[in-house]
Ligand binder design. Sequence first.
Ligand SMILES: Cc1ncc(COP(=O)(O)O)c(C=O)c1O
Length: 398
Amino acid sequence: MDTKTLMEWSARYHTPNYGRSPILLVRGEGTRVWDSDGREYLDFTTGIAVTALGHCHPVVTGAIREAAATLLHVSNIFHTAPQIHLAKMLVEHSFADRVFFCNSGAEANEAALKLARKYGKEKLASDRYEVIATHNSFHGRTLATVTATGQPKYQHGFEPLMPGFKHVPYNDLRAMERALDNRTAAILVEPIQGEGGVHVPDDDYLPGLRKLCDESGALLIFDEIQTGMGRTGKLWGYEHSGVEPDVMTVAKALANGVPIGAMLCREEAASVLTAGSHGSTFGGTPFVTSVALATLTTMIGEKLPERAARLGRDLMDGLRAIQASNPLIKGVRGRGFLIGIELAKPAAPLMDACRDSGLLVLTAGEKVLRLAPPLVAQPGEIARALDILKDVLSKAGG
Ligand SMILES: Cc1ncc(COP(=O)(O)O)c(C=O)c1O
């Protein structure tokens, strides 16, 4: 089928809820993808922080083949070994005691929000069900998670939203302290706001939230759907802060592109999820948990978070060097391989210009270009991306 016809069918048959780039991707390997015309691109989007080990990593592909030929799906009314091994590995490499598996980031956050409500009611007080989230956050597209998301543009038209949510400015401890009251069941934040513009909070922010939760009994929930799995230069974003959450949500890179979500939590919080209280048909199938095990084992074994920390610093240094002679760049921020370039003008046309020059990047908010390369990106690929960015930004009037 020719590309033109497929594009026409895409416009005709899909619901129109995505603004898509006008290319059709057909193949990927490592940091590179190819379109239907054979054009090669450096992929610094990784499916929005998903394919951390790069496209078609041989270990992941091997795990997919083997798991598909062994046991694809059985219900959670049975035990399966890969799910148990993955839960054990996640617990051994995090603060958590227990893990619930689902299929996406939004579902992981749904699980965390439901847990917070049940925990609040059963362990704190019958009317403690509220969750405080932050302006500019992103937590998903289901009705509860879009309510938690502190960006009206994602909520518009879907009202009435869920009751029981409040929002305060991100990185503002005083505002959080003022909002917290005897209804609060949990605080929900991203350790770095990704979608909202790659905002890294001050060093005292997450420890301050930890203290507020310790004093009030509320649960501290970190949404690590974007910051987790090595993206920020540590396996989990919270490891930069010196404090741990009570609940953490993970998805995106956990199985390097095969859909999965997970909610990790401490024993005391987990105890409210009694048998039958929550569940998922597809959550944690032997197939996806085998692929996640292969992904996590590779990531830890090959020290990829450390690599992202090192090369992420080089990438940021390179961007700051471009900034020094280009007034279009207002700031460069981020950690590891989650980087935002704040611009003086809208980012979308520059994202398109990068694509036309062979580099796929993301936006985050109106004026931020977001880079999320695979953790396996080679130094030469980073240098090439910097050349393209320099050229595109200078042509854009910098
Ligand atoms: C921080 C964060 N939370 C939640 C989500 C929602 O994840 P999903 O699209 O898998 O539902 C995203 C997706 O971008 C995210 O970045």
